[in-house]
Design a protein around this ligand. Structure first.
Ligand code: SF4
Length: 232
């Protein structure tokens, strides 16, 4: 896989998506709209722009992320659909009135990231997700296709891509950068759980600083057979 060129990887992804379509499988993509998410979104826009892209709108995102999501959807011509928690923000506070992300981020992620994906998954057969092996210990254990049960699959087309391949693709197609990267944010999630590189360098480059948490739950809760399920 390492010796394949980026264009060969892209061709393979296109072929895989065509094969799913020919088999009558309904696919969707989920994306967090970070800079490193853009190669997959750009490939989708080139080979299968009809595939919907779901964005988990937790209500806790940086305004810059929301603006970037809209810019990319328009520039790439993607059908981006926001999904939100079925639990209102009033129901996302503990007995002291504090949002769950303060003391129980796993539960907050469950409410805002896992729950909203369940109806999306119920309507589709293939969940395309851009995780890479080099991002976390859990992601290093994943296969290109993972069963989600009930005949559904997760397809991880970027699993063997490296940071350099992502960078090379972004450069080749002059893809934009998430506006917060220039301010020192390397991994950008919800505002309360993201630190800039200057503030925090541990863990997943500034996510859930000070907590033994690397995943938000949409990566760990759905894949069958995972030995690393977290209640997030
Ligand atoms: S990343 Fe933080 S704010 Fe966002 S859903 Fe998870 S715990 Fe809540």
């Amino acid at each position: 896989m390492e010796t394949m060129s980026i264009s060969e990887h892209t061709t393979l992804i296109g072929e895989k998506l065509s094969a799913y379509k020919a088999a009558g499988k309904k696919a969707f993509v989920s994306s967090s709209f970070q800079s490193h998410s853009l190669p997959l979104l750009h490939i989708i826009s080139r080979v299968a722009p009809e595939i919907p892209v779901y964005f988990l709108n937790t209500g806790f995102h940086f305004p810059e992320t929301m603006a970037f999501r809209h810019t990319i959807a328009e520039r790439f011509g993607l059908n981006v659909i926001d999904v939100s928690s079925p639990v209102s923000k009033v129901g996302q506070r503990d007995g002291n009135g504090k949002f769950f992300f303060v003391h129980n981020p796993d539960h907050c992620c469950y409410l805002n990231k896992v729950l909203p994906m369940e109806p999306v998954l119920a309507q589709h057969d293939i969940w395309i997700n851009g995780v890479r092996r080099d991002q976390t210990k859990f992601r290093a254990t994943l296969q290109e296709e993972e069963s989600l049960g009930e005949g559904k699959l997760r397809y991880h087309p970027m699993l063997d891509w490296t940071s350099k391949m992502i960078w090379d693709y972004r450069k080749a197609y002059d893809l934009p950068e998430h506006p917060l990267e220039a301010k020192g944010y390397l991994s950008i999630g919800c505002m309360p759980c993201t630190r800039s590189f200057a503030e925090e360098t541990d863990g997943r480059q500034g996510r859930w600083a000070g907590m033994a948490k690397e995943e938000c739950g949409i990566q760990t809760e759905f894949v069958k057979g995972s030995s690393n399920h977290q209640s997030s």
